[in-house]
Each structure stands twice: as structure tokens, then as C-alpha cells.
Design a protein around this ligand. Sequence first.
Ligand code: CA2
Length: 148
Amino acid sequence: MAARPTIFVLNGPNLNLLGTREPEIYGTQTLDDIGAMLSERADALGLLIDMRQSNHEGHLVDWLHEAQASGAKAVLLNAGAYTHTSIALLDAIKSIRTPVIEVHLSDPKTRESFRHHSYVGLAAVACFAGHGANSYVLALDAAAALPL
Ligand code: CA2
């Protein structure tokens, strides 16, 4: 049987603390809860999830390269605050052919002005934001619909 296409789900700084603080902004689910939701949805879609989190920008860059090298179908990327600062992540997204979908729990465009600009968004193929944990599920459905 053919291997199931893999979707990398990459999470940036502080998202390991999800569910412990600021539930009014980020909800009450932990990153593990979101991973479980995504695995279940991925099963239904015939996909595999490879979910990771790091507080280090370079890890996210390396994992974007790995997504391409390993033939992943797509990347869901919640780069956390690096979304708004990281030209390195923008360059990494531009350096791979694997499509990257930007994900946010909150809607950064309705928050402080320093969150309005997204370097990730300059190269991502789509963005799902403001739906809490469901942003990830919507992004996974969009990834499933991408060609190949
Ligand atoms: O809404 C999102 O998903 C963000 O990517 C979350 C980032 C923020 O910097 C972006 O502007 C929008 C922050 C993640 C911090 O996560 C925590 C969650 C709970 C408790 C502490 C940190």
C-alpha cells in the first residue's frame, strides 16, 4: 500500500505553554490536544501528521528544509511571534517547493499593531487565523485539498 502523504505541523516559540495562560486569547486546549485533534482528522483524510514545537528560530528553519527533503505534502506553520520578525523563516519558506500554510489561534490583524505584519504571510499559500484550535483543522483540510 502506498505511504500516506505527510503534513508537517510546525509550532514556534511559547506554544508549548498553550492552555496554561491567556485562555481568553488562545483557548484552553494544549498543543498535545491540538495534535490529537489533527491526528484524528488526518486519519479521516488519509494523511499523516508530523507535529513539532520549538522555541528556537533555527529549528523551524531546519524543519522547513526537512519538510522539502522528506517529500512532505505541505507544512502548517504557526511561527508564533517569529511570524512578525523573521526574515529567516520567510527565506526558508521561499527556498522550498513544499507549500506552507500559515496558522494562528488568534487573529493577529485585530491585535496590537506590531502583530499586523507577517513575514510568513509573504510566502505562505494561505492563512487560517482567529478560529482557535480550529484554525489548525481548517488548515489541514486546505492542505488535503492541495494538488498531489
Ligand atoms: O495566535 C497565534 O497563534 C500566535 O501565533 C500566537 C503567538 C503570537 O505571538 C502571535 O502574534 C499569534 C504567541 C504564542 C504564545 O503562546 C502562549 C499561549 C499560552 C500561554 C503562553 C503563551
